[in-house]
Structure formats: structure tokens, C-alpha cells
Design a protein around this ligand. Structure first.
Ligand SMILES: *Cc1c(COP(=O)(O)O)cnc(C)c1O
Length: 363
């Protein structure tokens, strides 16, 4: 029998098998309607029920305070890089928006914002190739700024914020694309949280935006209707045709997450999965972790071997035994294991053993 495939890709990433089985099962006949979910109007009561349930499951899983709105928006995470300054920089006459550069996506977010506001990068770890989260003190945060933007988990380098910065009255905005619902956080620390869905939650092309309601209503006049969060909220994410399939899949993934015991239970398992791989890295001089230990992500584990030739052999032999998509991002090189919520412990254990054996043969 062929090896079971474990997909370590960074995104689009693996989804829980029971979710995909359910999709398959009801593909031709959604809830006895005799049509498929993707043939169903976004305005139908059946679809609106799916959307409402996705929102209420998210609220329940996160214990989200009542004054936060949940939006489903187009264009994945990077579309929000433009939408954020358009929606929020007008809150303050300064139009000043602060950014922390902790990796590739953080840097892209800042670059995109330059067109729409007075963007200022107040801290960066570029000088050490993003192997850490940069130091940030409260006196660096101008209280006249419209917001401070961070990337909570840096997908390429495998670093994360362990403690989120105290920002005073300045709303904290976090790109949580590669870690939303993987750990418990206090949502009331944030003004806005957003995430492209294809890493931990569902199909690509869509994002969720969680926004504190007092931050709505400040969009610039020229904001395109479909990037306007206030409009999106008014229309319950149905200003135009949403990706109905994506919303349906998210709902199923959230239901699966609840069955696993919720975010606290999944976080514990995620810690265990990450610890197993870091243990192999730390017990070896053959593998070198990309992130400084105190900033390590539990979602993306990036490491390097001694040279390109060993990287290539590692990837080929891993692929041969069903350990798929372990190639590091082109900006970083080496290997990256993305172990989002749906990755089972057995998949991680198989990779850890493979790493140990590969070292014995080649170290
Ligand atoms: C993958 C990723 C993005 C880009 O997401 P898209 O949906 O492709 O735009 C942005 N930010 C982070 C942190 C990511 O991991």
C-alpha cells in the first residue's frame, strides 16, 4: 500500500479529513435540496443560515466580545493590506499608520499602505533576516497614530509574537493569517484581526476580518465599495456574491474545531506537535532552526541543512515516503514544516522520525 500523504504545505494547506468527507457526501445534494451548495443563491435562507452559523461558531470558539463584528471579505489577506489604511487611517487627522516589519508579509503590508496613508515603520528585524520579533517599547507608539499593524505569526521564518504590544489608545491590528484559532488569545487587546483563510481555515481567496465596532465608519470617500468594511458589515458580508463555497467550508472547519475540544485543546496539541520537531532540531547540529528559540512559531517550523544539495535530497526522500510540500519559501530556502490545526500528531511524528533517520544516514 502506498504511504499516506501528509501535507506540510504553507497554504493552501491541508484540511481535516472529516470536513472533506462531509463536503463530498453532500456535494450533489445539500441538505436534501437536490442541488449543490455551490449552486445555491448567496441570498437564499439556507446559505444565510450557513453564514450565520459560521459567525456564531467563531464567536463561541473565541469567546469574542459582543462589540466585535465578523466579516467575510474577498481577496485573501493581501487585499486587506490596501483595505486597512483605506478604512482606518482617516480616524486620525495625522493619517499616520504604524507598522512593525517582522517578515515578508509584514513588509508587503507596510509597502501597500504607503499609497493610502502616512506609513511609518517603527521597528524591524530585517537586519537579522527576520529571525526574531523586533523589540518595541510603548514610547515608540505615537498616540496620535490611527493604528499599529503587526503580523502575529511570520509564516516564512517561523516566528511569532508571544506577547502583544501595549498600544494605549492606538488600535492594534494583527495579520493572523497563519495562526488564527491555533492558540488562545485575548481578543479585546486588538482593534482588528484578519486572516486569509487558506492556512488554518479553508479555501483560498477569502479573508475574515474581526473588527471592533467603534472603528467602523471612518473609511475614506474613495474606498472601493467592496473594500469598505462598514458597508460589508451593514450587508452582513453579502454586498455582492460572496464565495459561498468558502463560507460553507469554514463553517465545517469551525464545527470540526469545536468537536476537537475548541481552541484550548487544539493549542495544547499544537504545542506538542511543534515541540517534537524543535526537539529534533535542538538535539542536532545537522539541522539549524531559522527562528531564535524565544520567538518560535508553533505553526511554521523553518530549518536548514548544511547545503542546497542536502536540502534537495531531504525533500526528495521525504516526498518518496509521503511527507509532502516541505520546501522552504524561496526567500528563506531550506525546509519548512507547516503544521496547522488539521495536521495530526502522527504526521508530525512521522516527519520527526524521518528527520532523525536522515541525519543518521547523512550527518
Ligand atoms: C499567506 C499569508 C498572507 C497572504 O495571503 P493571501 O490570502 O495569499 O493574500 C498574508 N499574511 C500572512 C501572515 C500570510 O501567512
Amino acid at each position: 500500500m502506498a504511504d499516506k500523504i501528509y501535507n506540510f504545505g504553507a497554504g493552501p494547506a491541508m484540511l481535516p479529513e472529516p470536513v472533506m468527507q462531509q463536503i463530498q457526501q453532500e456535494w450533489l445534494d445539500f441538505q436534501g435540496m437536490g442541488i449543490s451548495i455551490i449552486e445555491l443563491s448567496h441570498r437564499s435562507k439556507e446559505f444565510v443560515a450557513v453564514l450565520d452559523e459560521a459567525q456564531s461558531l467563531f464567536r463561541e470558539l473565541t469567546e469574542l466580545p459582543d462589540n466585535y463584528r465578523i466579516l467575510f471579505v474577498h481577496g485573501g489577506a493581501r487585499m486587506q493590506f490596501s483595505a486597512l489604511p483605506l478604512n482606518f487611517s482617516g480616524r486620525m487627522p495625522s493619517r499616520k499608520c504604524l507598522y512593525v516589519e517582522s517578515g515578508n508579509f509584514a513588509s508587503l503590508a507596510a509597502k501597500e499602505a504607503q499609497a493610502f496613508c502616512h506609513m511609518e515603520t517603527i521597528a524591524s528585524s530585517a537586519a537579522t533576516d527576520y529571525d526574531c520579533i523586533p523589540e518595541l517599547t510603548s514610547d515608540q507608539i505615537d498616540q496620535g497614530a490611527a493604528y499599529l499593524h503587526i503580523t502575529s505569526n511570520n509564516t516564512l521564518y517561523g516566528t511569532r509574537w508571544n506577547q502583544f504590544p501595549e498600544t494605549g489608545d492606538v488600535p492594534l491590528i494583527a495579520d493572523m493569517t497563519s495562526e488564527l484559532l491555533s492558540r488562545q488569545i485575548n481578543y479585546s487587546q486588538f482593534g482588528v484581526i484578519y486572516a486569509g483563510l487558506q492556512k488554518n481555515l479553508g479555501p483560498s481567496g477569502m479573508a475574515m476580518v474581526i473588527v471592533r465596532d467603534d472603528l467602523l465608519g471612518y473609511a475614506d470617500k474613495q474606498t472601493p465599495t467592496l473594500l469598505n468594511y462598514t458597508q460589508c458589515d451593514k450587508d452582513n458580508s453579502l454586498t455582492n456574491t460572496t464565495s459561498t463555497f468558502a463560507v460553507y467550508v469554514i463553517k465545517l472547519v469551525l464545527g470540526w474545531l469545536k468537536e476537537q475540544g475548541g481552541v484550548a485543546a487544539v493549542e495544547k496539541l499544537n504545542e506538542q506537535k511543534a515541540a517534537r520537531l524543535y526537539q529534533v532540531i535542538d538535539n542536532s547540529s545537522f539541522y539549524r532552526g531559522v527562528a531564535q528559540p524565544e520567538y518560535r512559531s508553533i505553526m511554521n517550523i523553518s530549518f536548514k541543512l548544511a547545503n542546497d544539495e542536502l536540502d534537495a535530497r531531504f525533500l526528495q526522500e521525504a516526498d518518496d515516503v509521503g511527507l509532502y510540500a516541505l520546501k522552504g519559501h524561496r526567500n528563506v530556502g531550506g525546509i519548512r514544516a507547516s503544521i496547522y490545526n488539521p495536521m495530526p500528531l502522527v504526521g508530525v511524528e512521522k516527519l520527526a522520525r524521518f528527520m532523525e533517520e536522515f541525519e543518521q544516514k547523512n550527518g
